[in-house]
Design a binder for this molecule. Structure first.
Ligand code: NAP
Ligand code: GDD
Length: 577
């Protein structure tokens, strides 16, 4: 049977983790979003193309019926709520409408459209309020202490009631606090981890808090969404408590987060009486024995690990914001996006490593995002590679930019995917140019690359044979100084959205390049070829580059080899002194 889930509150913390989890489990995932004058979908942007989103609101009965009729889900996860306890005293009626009556509206929609839909209700440990026993179980009496807690208690009982009255498969998960780097900044964990990061990086001076003695059972949201799903996979609908069974104070949380950034919190914390609640929930701690026994659920991330994860994510984000501020202040005309992993050790051979995907693809997405935020006057020059072309099996004329794209290497695959991001950003109005750089070299290239690797061996005091990977590969090798001049000319004169090859346009044999070096370095060293055989790398057709910019190389290959040799010779003479 096709598995189709509908999530209300998909733009929230839990909604985003649940959507990821259900997609990975093979579900078709639909979500309800409210109309807003600004976009608030950052938590699901990374999976937006895999989701189907519908405009509806828990306040609007007919909008729910319409979405259910359109999507015909097999499972509904009702996560939408006015979920911030402090706000529930400011807006008690809205909280009641959304967090309490919203549940009934959804249950009514299910009854009307398809009573076989399985329903999950996001109930809360706030229902226990002034706790009647410790730890709290499914049988502990409720005593809610806020309009939010009261609304959730209604949502809980109406779920139980519709199960008993109409035989719906309706479950209520009584979840204790769960957090993550995606937690809203108004909640205390994220407020503290964000502040620790901002204070550490000089963006904030103090942190105002309310009750430091409150005790909570804090877990990781990524673990808790699995429990929601497990509840709907059982034979019978039931209610379950989900928590870690361990409680910590807000004070513990502060100490841990500030310790992570190496600061003493007593220098920064201020107690603000305005943040104390009219009625506080002093302590919460869940006994999840039933969920552990019946659902096989266990948390995988403990409190210390979760706070470390949140602080680290906030540090990274704040650092990124600082860099963006600095770049924005500099208002660059051009961004040359050169950063990438390129060697197989880091990229993988055929399939890109996680690291290569993170840097070469996701990193490019971040650069494009940054450029878009700069306001549209910045041109992005994305440096791609000749590795995006299909490999050659025989000698071929120089390849134009329209030649078939079918990378074999993991590196080439990441570059091609990044190119498609650049094209997409270009079609949304960003000024972009894609540059396919062919092999180029010079003294500052890594000794993992051919010419510096050879020059380094010749310059060393060793008398071992020079190890050369292969002497019969035909390549297009340019001097890096010419290549960067081409980049600069394209920045000034390139056509927006266009792709350009940058290479010498001539074909050279690796063995001949080695010979030029050998003649300069002295002929005495033997050459050992590690992988003999004939290979052909692509050669660039540079007509488009030349037509657009008038570029011609200034440096002969002989000059490039001579300069590289002089550099490594100098380096070895210097280190042996
Ligand atoms: P959250 O981040 O605050 O997300 C709340 C979601 O509800 C958002 O997507 C919000 O949409 C949506 N929403 C609010 N009003 C709505 C309305 N009138 N119609 C449709 N959607 C509406 O909350 P969370 O931490 O993910 O929690 C998910 C659920 O679990 C909530 O019901 C919460 O009360 C409950 N819960 C949470 C915890 C916890 O520790 N996180 C523990 C127990 C229970 P916008 O993006 O448009 O605002
Ligand atoms: N938000 C906040 N801000 N809380 C503070 C602060 C502060 O500056 N200072 C102290 N606290 C205390 C609160 O008084 C509360 O006792 C505790 O920190 C946790 O507050 P929140 O993080 O706002 O969460 P919550 O426990 O009130 O509610 C969360 O958990 C519930 C489950 O128990 C929310 O996610 C609810 O939606 C959820 O149902």
């Amino acid at each position: 049977m096709e598995r189709r889930a509908l999530i209300t509150g998909i733009t929230g913390q839990d909604g985003s983790y649940l959507a990821e989890f259900l997609l990975a489990s093979g579900y078709e995932v639909h979500g309800i979003v409210r109309r807003s004058s600004t976009e608030a979908s950052e938590r699901i942007d990374h999976i937006a193309d895999q989701l189907v989103l519908h405009q509806a609101d828990l306040l609007d009965q007919l909008s729910l019926v319409r979405v259910l009729e359109e999507t015909r889900p097999t499972e509904i996860y009702n996560l939408a709520a006015q979920s911030f306890v402090a706000t529930s005293w400011e807006q008690p009626l809205l909280t009641g409408e959304v967090t309490a009556l919203g549940v009934t509206r959804m249950l009514e929609a299910i009854r009307l459209v398809d009573p076989s839909i399985r329903f999950y209700q996001a109930s809360s440990s706030e229902m226990f309020g002034r706790v009647q026993e410790e730890p709290q179980t499914e049988r502990t009496a409720f005593w809610p202490r806020s309009p939010y807690g009261v609304a959730k208690t209604y949502g809980h009982w109406i779920t139980v009631n519709y199960r008993e009255s109409f035989n719906l498969f309706a479950c209520s998960g009584i979840l204790f606090n769960h957090e993550s780097p995606r937690r809203g900044k108004e909640f205390v964990t994220r407020k503290v981890t964000d502040a620790a990061a901002r204070i550490k990086l000089g963006k904030q001076k103090t942190l105002k808090l309310g009750n430091l003695e409150a005790l909570r059972d804090w877990g990781f949201a990524g673990d808790y969404v699995k429990a929601m799903w497990l509840m709907l996979q059982q034979d019978e609908p039931q209610d379950y408590v989900v928590g870690t069974g361990i409680k910590h104070s807000v004070r513990d949380l502060v100490l841990l987060a500030f310790d992570r950034v190496g600061l003493d919190p007593t220098e920064y914390i201020e107690i603000d009486p305005a943040l104390l609640r009219p009625a506080e929930v002093s302590t919460l701690c869940g006994d999840s024995s039933k969920a552990r026994a019946q659902l096989g659920w266990t948390p995988s991330v403990n409190f210390e690990q979760m706070i470390a994860m949140m602080v680290d994510a906030d540090l990274e984000r704040v650092q990124r914001e600082i860099v963006i501020e600095q770049i924005r202040a500099a208002a660059p005309d051009w961004i040359f996006h050169l950063a990438a992993l390129s060697v197989p050790r880091e990229c993988g051979r055929d399939t890109p490593t996680e690291q290569a995907t993170a840097v070469n693809i996701d990193g490019t997405a971040r650069v494009l995002d940054l450029a878009a935020k700069l306001g549209g006057n910045t041109r992005v020059l994305f440096i791609s590679s000749s590795h995006v072309y299909a490999p050659l099996t025989e000698k071929s004329p120089p390849l134009s930019e329209d030649a078939p794209l079918a990378p074999r290497s993991a590196y080439g695959k990441t570059k091609l995917e990044a190119e498609s991001l650049v094209t997409a950003a270009g079609s949304k109005g960003l000024d972009t140019i894609t540059i396919r750089a062919f092999q180029h070299t010079g003294p500052r290239q890594s000794t993992q690359m051919m010419l510096p690797e050879w020059a380094d061996q010749f310059a060393s005091s060793s008398t071992d044979p020079i190890k050369a990977y292969n002497c019969d590969t035909w390549i297009d090798l340019t001097d890096v100084r010419d290549v960067v001049r081409a980049y600069r000319l394209l920045a000034e004169r390139g056509t927006p959205g266009e792709t350009y090859n940058v290479g010498s346009g001539t074909c050279r044999r690796t063995g001949d390049i080695l010979k030029i070096l050998q003649d300069m370095a002295g002929p005495n060293r033997e050459i050992e070829e590690l992988k003999p055989g004939v290979h052909y790398d692509p050669v660039a057709n540079i007509d488009r580059l030349v037509r657009t910019t008038g570029w011609q190389p200034d440096f002969s290959l002989e000059q490039t080899v001579a300069d590289t040799w002089a550099y490594f010779k100098g380096l070895h003479e210097h280190t042996s002194q």
